[in-house]
Ligand binder design. Structure first.
Ligand code: TGC
Ligand code: FAD
Length: 392
């Protein structure tokens, strides 16, 4: 792979809106990605393997629980810092950002928000340091966009719960130490349970042959009469709103992360277009290529402003779920469109692993589907502005 020459575009001087702390956090993540992710990520993606050696680096840059209070091992940062960390990590690879998103927003967040103090003390510091890795089980083979229909369930056996069912498409599952699993009780009410790797009857087979997010490990969570101690039920919130609340936090991170992937594609294509000579001049001098590049920087700038404003609203606890859906949907589509255009600017070179663009493009096919598909987020906006539910 070519050396990482990335220079971040900032067409509207958005850096002026950031605090010194935001810039320090962002720059530390940027440096780490350049040093520890860029040199190895193509090889791991080609081999379809998650690079486990980067777990400690992710913890060191505050990517595990950026906004979780320091007393639980988190970084105690604000929502804009969280977004900037996700942006920088996804600039390197969406699969690496996935690992961080799941750990922070889908495992640490529910334990912090819905767990009791003993659960917070037991799990959060180890998850923040990367000593334990987590996964989040909501999707099932027959229930993806419609998680409320889940069939995974647990029975109260007096001194423990008995858990049965299966989850599919679970990031980090093959190597997770703990899984936050959403399942129905005997009354059909959804609860979160923390399942630990060594519980009998719990297995996590890996999903192979993916063309996307190849550097992220994806798999199943299978529960066959798993005895879950009663103290592992998250007591402070139940119902579908509990897992959906975690998704709000992860979707917000993705709205920033997708900007990172888009920035990398744009920056690579711009540099290539200025250097590549055809018909006696750089291809950047042709109007058709300029149209592509000019539209890319326009869309990146709009996405940056959307994410920044959403971050302000999140810091004030005023961001609605529908606003988060709009940003996730817009920014991921923006990124995948830029990846496709950027790949064309590189001609044949664009399909090789010499450059990051094709890997980003393939990764974004998962990002546009997980955490709520592109269509689902459009319907969430539609419901919000009309008051009419077009899901069912
Ligand atoms: P609905 O009746 O609308 O809502 C049920 C209850 O939930 C509340 N609610 C929310 N609460 C918090 N945050 C949100 N975003 C919420 N959205 C809804 C709602 O108020 C209601 O509460 P209550 O008290 O009245 O019961 O539910 P529905 O069954 O009609 O479904 C709505 C729909 C389709 C929007 C929702 O289910 C949905 O978002 N589907 C998409 C599923 C999804 O996003 N799955 C993601 C799985 S995790 C993942 O992909 C991780 S990838 C990670 C990585 O690698 O980065
Ligand atoms: P479906 O729900 O079957 O949707 C198929 C198509 O139908 C989509 O285009 C959808 O938009 C459309 N559709 C569905 N309902 C409607 C409707 N009402 N109106 C109009 N169109 C509709 N899940 C987890 O729980 N944890 C994870 O860690 C996790 N990681 C993932 C990692 C990867 C790489 C991938 C690919 C997925 C992951 N997921 C995870 C699952 C992901 O959230 C689901 O794939 C996603 O929610 C869509 O569900 P589905 O694949 O079953 O598609």
């Amino acid at each position: 792979m070519k050396p990482d020459l990335f220079e971040a575009p900032d067409y509207y001087n958005i850096d002026d809106l950031l605090s010194e702390e935001h810039k320090l956090v962002r720059d530390a993540a940027r440096e780490w990605v350049k040093r520890d992710v860029s040199p190895i990520i193509e090889e791991y993606a080609q081999r379809a393997e998650f690079p486990k050696q980067i777990i400690k680096g992710l913890a060191d840059i505050g990517a595990f629980g950026p906004y979780i209070p320091e007393e639980y091992g988190g970084a105690g940062l604000d929502q804009i810092s969280y977004g900037l960390i996700m942006q920088e990590i996804e600039r390197g690879d969406s699969g690496v950002r996935s690992t961080a998103s799941v750990q922070s927003s889908l495992v640490m967040y529910p334990i912090w928000k819905y767990g009791n103090e003993a659960q917070r003390q037991k799990y959060l510091p180890k998850l923040a340091s990367g000593e334990w890795m987590g996964s989040f089980g909501l999707t099932e083979p027959d229930h993806g966009s419609n998680p409320g229909g889940m069939t995974t369930h647990f029975k109260d056996m007096g001194d423990h719960y008995l858990l049965n069912g299966a989850k599919l498409w679970i990031s980090n599952s093959p190597f997770c130490d703990v899984a936050v699993v959403w399942a129905k009780n005997e009354e059909g009410r959804i609860h979160g349970l923390v399942v630990e790797r060594d519980m009998e009857g719990f297995s996590t087979p890996e999903t192979h042959n993916k063309w996307s997010l190849r550097a992220s490990a994806t798999g199943e969570l299978i529960f066959q009469d798993v005895k879950v101690p009663k103290e592992n039920l998250l007591p402070n919130k139940s119902g579908l709103g509990a897992p959906l609340g975690c998704l709000d936090s992860a979707r917000y991170g993705i709205a920033w992360g997708a900007i990172g992937a888009a920035m990398d594609c744009y920056d690579t294509a711009l540099r290539y277009a200025k250097e590549r000579i055809q018909f006696g001049k750089p291809i950047a001098g042709f109007q058709l290529q300029q149209k592509k590049l000019a539209e890319m920087i326009t869309e990146i700038t709009k996405a940056q402003l959307l994410a920044f404003r959403l971050g302000q609203l999140k810091n004030e606890n005023r961001a609605t779920s529908a606003q988060i859906s709009m940003a996730k949907r817009n920014n991921v589509e923006m990124a995948i469109t830029i990846a496709r255009e950027a790949r064309q600017i590189l001609g044949g070179m664009g399909i090789t692993g010499e450059y990051s663009i094709m890997r980003h493009m393939m990764n974004l096919e998962s990002v546009i589907t997980y955490e709520g598909t592109h269509d689902i987020h459009l319907l969430i906006t539609g419901l919000d502005i009309t008051g009419l539910n077009a899901f069912k």
